[in-house]
Write a protein that binds this ligand. Structure first.
Ligand code: HEC
Length: 117
């Protein structure tokens, strides 16, 4: 042990750092906040899809991404479930889908289904 290591260990012992770390409570289990399925809540969740799927789910002409506006709700829900489970291969949607609970996905899908194309 060199003197530098010794002094770090001395500092750790003096400050009780390891003890403090050992006593830290386990991080809380991952949890979803209660879904905000009010009209505003759903709209702001759907806004998180807009950068790729267009404002209100309408993509610009010629976009390589699919618009979601006017798509049947069940189709969006099923696609999200397949992304989430990994059943449907994806470059990014498998991660995005994991960020929403089933209730949130249903609300977002309902929102897009109700938008005109
Ligand atoms: C960062 C860009 C990005 C964001 C944000 C994003 N998506 Fe996607 N989405 C994609 C891409 C890219 C695909 C094609 C599959 C893949 O490669 O992941 C896709 C595919 C989809 C599909 C399948 C479309 C089809 O025609 O089969 C659905 C449904 C979908 N996204 C819903 C959503 C919803 C709902 C949100 C918001 C909660 C969202 N996406 C946010 C990029 C995005």
């Amino acid at each position: 042990m060199n003197s530098r290591t010794a002094s770090i260990l001395g500092w750790v012992a003096a400050t009780g750092t390891t003890l403090a770390l050992a006593q830290q409570p386990a991080p809380p289990a991952p949890n979803f906040a209660p879904p905000n399925t009010s009209a505003n809540g759903v709209q702001s969740m759907a806004a998180g899809c807009a950068m790729c799927h267009g404002t209100q789910g309408r993509v610009v002409a010629g976009s390589s991404l699919t618009g979601l506006a006017g798509r049947p709700k069940d189709e969006i829900v099923q696609a999200m479930a397949a992304f989430k489970s990994g059943q449907r291969p994806a470059t990014i949607m498998h991660q995005i889908a994991k960020g929403y609970s089933d209730a949130e996905v249903a609300a977002i899908a309902g929102y897009f289904a109700g938008q005109s194309r």
